[in-house]
Design a binder for this molecule. Structure first.
Ligand code: GLU
Length: 390
């Protein structure tokens, strides 16, 4: 599959106007064609996630709301009716290829809040590991303007980076980026490669959108910034014809945005860089050797925990002599961690009363300092946290 061949985990965002026709409703033939493309990607061994718009557009058609502007509560009601139909349509169309669909409805806090981010990511990862295909949308029935993504380009870029996708495909009714809006200049130059999102590229984005979808080129470029800065490549291509992913695989017309690194490095940079730590997890020598060889941190290797952390917070990882060796996202809160430290993972269910994760910090959620940089943990945050809990 040519240029698509190297990608392993692909998030595909599908705009409303591709899936839904107003007033006729779902475009079944188009849906069947994209499901055949998805099945081909999956049989090539790729993980595929879909961010599907269309709930409000579908609800409009179902409720006979026409094309008039909708009040917030009407959009929410339309989404409530439309999302059921949309999910059923995906489930049925994917089922024809023996693919099981799993519906995920997200609100902004699910990617902004670390605990919820971790939780949403685990659910999506689990679905993928079980061979199912996540079909994701914003939870439009409860989202109001202050707490919403607002458009699915933005949502898709957050989802793609959250799950470590190496490619985000934006399918919409535009075939890519032009140096000027093609509506005003039909001879505008087509841009097929964007090595980096510069001011010049931003200036090229018009505000074009259609009646059914909110996202124009401006939101696509914003999505590109989110995706590429976290190491996810992005491509914009038209989904107007059937089998749009097969067309892309055959090197069809598209604008490709190059990533700034690889997904793991970018996510780990997020972990190591921006956040204060909420506690300290002290590990024994065996656990330290395991971490150095790329393993996760299990409760068995933990000597003590300090601080006031909740599941999903960033904690510092230290050796018994106080040397800070890294930090990561902890999978249990302080009270739970205290109960299970030093224990085997099989004992977690008995100790906590529910079967939690076997790792205290998963290796994907952890950044270790380079050996030479590991230092005595004397920084203020660590010391303060330790004292608070002494
Ligand atoms: N979440 C909206 C829907 O399903 C679509 C938002 C968008 O078009 O970007 O109707």
């Amino acid at each position: 599959m040519t240029r698509l061949a190297k990608f392993k985990r692909i998030t595909i965002k599908i705009g409303s106007s591709l899936l839904v026709d107003n007033p006729h409703g779902l475009k079944t033939d188009w849906l069947n064609s994209i499901c055949a493309d998805i099945a081909a990607l999956k049989s090539d061994g790729k993980d595929v996630l879909v961010v599907s718009s269309g709930a409000i557009a579908m609800g409009r058609a179902l409720l006979g709301l026409g094309k008039r502007p909708l009040k917030l509560e009407e959009s929410q009601a339309a989404a409530a009716c439309g999302q059921i139909s949309l999910a059923r349509a995906w489930s049925h169309a994917l089922g024809e290829h023996n693919i099981t669909a799993g519906q995920i409805l997200l609100t902004l806090g699910d990617t902004e809040n670390r605990r919820r981010y971790l939780n949403a990511r685990t659910t999506i990862d689990t679905l993928l590991n079980l061979g199912a295909m996540p079909v994701i949308n914003e939870n439009d029935t409860v989202a109001t303007s202050e707490i919403r993504y607002g458009d699915n380009d933005r949502l898709a870029s957050r989802v793609a980076t959250m799950v470590g996708s190496d490619l985000l495909i934006l399918l919409s009714d535009v075939d890519g980026l032009y140096a000027e809006p093609p509506t005003t200049n039909p001879k505008a130059e087509f841009i097929s490669e964007v090595p980096a999102i510069t001011h010049e590229i931003e200036a090229m984005a018009g505000a074009a959108g259609t009646e059914l979808s909110r996202g124009g080129m401006v939101t696509k470029i914003e999505a590109g910034r989110v995706a590429t800065s976290a190491g996810t490549a992005m491509v914009i291509t038209s989904g107007k014809q059937q089998h749009p992913v097969a067309a892309l695989a055959a090197d069809g017309r598209a604008t490709w945005f190059a990533p700034n690194g690889n997904p793991v490095t970018a996510r780990k940079r997020w972990i190591s860089g921006q956040m204060e730590t909420s506690g300290i997890v002290t590990i024994d020598d065996g656990a330290f050797r395991a971490l150095e060889s790329g393993k996760s941190l299990l409760p068995a290797g933990i000597r003590k925990v300090e601080g006031d952390f909740a599941r999903g917070d960033i904690v510092r990882i230290s050796r018994v002599d106080g040397t800070a060796v890294g930090q990561g996202i902890v999978a249990y809160d302080m009270a739970e961690a205290t109960k299970i430290l030093g224990c085997k993972s099989e004992q977690i269910a008995e100790l906590l009363g529910y079967s939690g994760r076997s790792e205290m910090i998963h290796r994907d959620d952890m950044v270790l300092k380079p050996r030479a940089a590991a230092s005595k943990s004397t920084d203020e945050t660590a010391t303060k946290t330790a004292k608070d809990h002494a």
